[in-house]
Design a protein around this ligand. Structure first.
Ligand SMILES: [Zn+2]
Length: 206
């Protein structure tokens, strides 16, 4: 099934959809290169829970955009590596530098503990990536159920189900993409919820 959680050989599970009986969806916003003030205000003012998988370099030149989101909104920051590589192509030291390095930088920037979740760039992972992530304190790899990002064109809007994980990006179309995701959630009778607590409730993250 799409989005099942797998846990093998003590490796962190990979989650594309959260098993839940709650009427919730999970909004995730990646990378962090484009900083639309209107999106920041919306996330803060409407108290929208979202998980941000941020690249440290994308936050460095405008850190308050994100620290304000964390401080005033309901967002949480998680790991998306330092340089956005396909982690499956790197040797062990390279994986360690990308995942542990990003965790350390985000922890320092945001005054938080090191992230427990990793979104592998491009959704690319294998058991070696899971092993490297585990060594960096990662409890689960999170991919996605649907990508709502407008790349060249706006993708068709799917019918969301409880537990779906929506992928968005900090691009110039984030405001519109976020609104489509919120509208799709509402149309399905679902509300955005915080991801990490639900992963704990589901027994996916200890
Ligand atoms: Zn990314």
């Amino acid at each position: 099934m799409a989005g099942s959680a797998s846990a093998g050989a003590g490796l962190p599970p990979v989650v594309a959809q959260v098993p839940t009986g709650d009427k919730v969806v999970f909004l995730t916003i990646d990378d962090g290169w484009y900083h639309d003030p209107a999106v920041q205000r919306k996330l803060i003012d409407e108290r929208i829970p979202a998980t941000l998988f941020l690249l440290p370099g994308a936050t460095a030149y405008d850190t308050p955009y994100f620290t304000d989101l964390v401080g005033q909104g309901r967002v949480k920051v998680e790991n998306h590596t330092v340089n956005h590589p396909d982690l499956t192509t790197l040797d062990a030291a390279g994986k360690d530098a990308e995942v542990c390095g990003a965790g350390e930088q985000l922890a320092a920037t945001f005054g938080m503990k090191e992230p427990k979740l990793l979104r592998p760039p491009f959704g690319a992972y294998n058991d070696d990536v899971r092993l490297a992530a585990k060594a960096c304190g990662v409890k689960a790899l999170v991919t996605w159920t649907y990508d709502f990002t407008t790349w060249d064109t706006t993708p068709p809007t799917p019918r969301l189900k409880a537990g779906d994980i929506v992928l968005l990006h900090f691009t110039p179309t984030l405001g519109a993409d976020l609104q489509r995701a919120l509208d799709a959630a509402r149309a399905a009778g679902l509300k955005p919820a915080a991801l990490l607590p639900q992963l704990k409730t589901a027994g996916i993250v200890p």
